[in-house]
Design a protein around this ligand. Structure first.
Ligand SMILES: NC(=O)c1ccc[n+]([C@@H]2O[C@H](COP(=O)([O-])OP(=O)(O)OC[C@H]3O[C@@H](n4cnc5c(N)ncnc54)[C@H](O)[C@@H]3O)[C@@H](O)[C@H]2O)c1
Length: 253
């Protein structure tokens, strides 16, 4: 992806892991990049934005950061208002923020179910809803929602997470149908087993069991995921909408 196309992009949960890799991949397409996250490690959003801008080191790119809890509609709306004020609008929205609260259903509390659904699924409603009118007015938009293979095939101990990600897939296909005629593409990706903080907390036995289901025999890297998102946000994917692309070393086929 060489050409700066002056796009304005938002990545939720973009301060680390898959979100940061996606932001890095999109950066050469962008004049403005906004990272929203509930936390920026031990940095302020402003410090994070300055550091990430230096790291990317791309002339013509301005990096912004905004602290927001993606599960809150009011905070999603505040992010979009900030984006419109600072960037003049949004062309690309990546709904990436997500968490796990794993347990077998017998032991899972109501709070862990609700929390995962609101952070992983309601957040996608929040940001998509907040951005929709501006995107429709400009007759251009690319929305990519980060689901998971678990939302496609299920996983013991992740009924809350699987339900949230299956919900993201249903949401993606429905919104894609609603806005296809407005030149807005809405797609989902379903990563498999990717090396990030989310999977670092699994123990070796859990990792070994998961790896048995990966024909390519290795975990994915955040960059493996980011490259597919880069494609979906590029003109090469202008005729692709409502799709769920597995990025999983062959786990689901
Ligand atoms: N790592 C994997 O194997 C894997 C596989 C499939 C899907 N995913 C999905 O990819 C996405 C990114 O996950 P990751 O692996 O990079 O994990 P991660 O934990 O490294 O990153 C998640 C990011 O989301 C942010 N976040 C958490 N709650 C938030 C909230 N309420 N509001 C705003 N931001 C919030 C975190 O601060 C963090 O920056 C998630 O949606 C996850 O479900 C990950």
């Amino acid at each position: 992806m060489q050409n700066n196309q002056n796009k304005r992009a938002i990545v939720t949960g973009g301060s680390r892991g898959i979100g940061k890799a996606i932001a890095t991949e999109l950066a050469p397409l962008c004049s403005d990049l906004l990272i929203s996250d509930i936390a920026f490690g031990n940095r302020t959003p402003e410090e994070f934005a300055a550091d990430f801008q230096n790291e990317l080191n791309l002339p013509g790119l301005k990096v912004h950061a905004f602290k927001a809890d993606a599960s809150s509609f009011a905070e999603a709306q505040a992010t979009i208002d900030f984006a419109v004020e600072k960037m003049g609008g949004v062309d690309i929205l990546i709904n990436n923020a997500g968490i796990t609260r794993d347990n077998l259903l017998l032991r899972m509390g109501e709070e862990d179910f609700d929390k995962v659904i609101t952070v992983n699924l309601k957040s996608v409603f929040n940001y998509s809803k907040a951005i929709l009118k501006p995107m429709i007015s400009q007759r251009y938009g690319k929305i990519v929602n980060v689901a998971s293979v678990v939302g496609v095939i299920g996983n013991a101990g992740q009924s809350n997470y699987a339900a949230s990600k299956a919900g993201v897939i249903g949401f993606t296909k429905s919104l894609a149908k609603e806005v296809a005629s407005r030149n807005i593409n809405v797609n989902a990706i379903a990563p498999g087993f990717i090396e990030t903080d989310m999977t670092h907390k699994l123990n070796d036995a859990q990792k070994e069991a998961l790896m048995k289901n990966v024909p390519m025999g290795r975990m994915g890297k955040p960059e493996d995921v980011a490259k597919v998102v880069g494609f979906l946000c590029s003109p090469a994917a202008d005729y692709v909408t409502g799709q769920v692309i597995n990025i999983d070393g062959g786990m689901v086929m």
